[in-house]
Design a protein around this ligand. Structure first.
Ligand SMILES: CC(C)(COP(=O)(O)OP(=O)(O)OC[C@H]1O[C@@H](n2cnc3c(N)ncnc32)[C@H](O)[C@@H]1OP(=O)(O)O)[C@@H](O)C(=O)NCCC(=O)NCCS
Length: 132
């Protein structure tokens, strides 16, 4: 039997109908999505992944994996895949033009995988369940 999915208050999950899109958004077993998140445009949140409150993911929001130093971009199907057990929080990245960060120092929003689920995460997520 699959593990429960936890979707918190004010989170929106975009699907095929609302907003209009060609790909269903998929939240797999054991995933935790915090409050005020938006998961859109065919995103796949794989098993056990944890999405911190306020994180927005669309097919255009490449996710930076701080554990590998690389970006996860939309795949050939046009989907962003949040890997199994990833812990994703809101971050930012500098705007790069001509290979350099803008002098203004302005950043863009960027979801970041800070780590993969560990005992601390299990405690944070478990507490949320106990509070309900
Ligand atoms: C993601 C979450 C579960 C924390 O997971 P965790 O495994 O306990 O995370 P940690 O405290 O070990 O933090 C790991 C790193 O991520 C950072 N981090 C954790 N949560 C973050 C967040 N929401 N935004 C930005 N950074 C965050 C920490 O500062 C830490 O960074 P560091 O290693 O540089 O110090 C928690 O932040 C969260 O979003 N909970 C959901 C709250 C919610 O919406 N509840 C439902 C409504 S009641």
């Amino acid at each position: 039997m699959g593990r429960n999915i936890h979707i918190s208050a004010s989170t929106q999950i975009g699907g095929v109908l609302e907003p209009a899109g060609a790909l269903p958004t998929i939240i797999e077993d054991g995933a935790f999505v915090g409050g005020n998140c938006g998961i859109y445009e065919g995103t796949i949140v794989q098993e056990g992944a944890v999405i911190a409150s306020g994180v927005i993911i669309t097919s255009s929001t490449a996710i930076f994996d701080a554990t590998t130093g690389s970006f996860i971009k939309r795949n050939a199907d046009g989907r962003i895949v949040v890997p199994r057990n990833a812990v994703v929080v809101s971050g930012s990245k500098p705007i790069i033009r001509d290979g350099k960060p803008l002098e203004s120092g302005v950043h863009l929003y960027c979801p970041v995988i800070v780590k993969y689920r560990d005992e601390k995460t299990a405690g944070s997520v478990h507490l949320e369940d106990l509070l309900r």
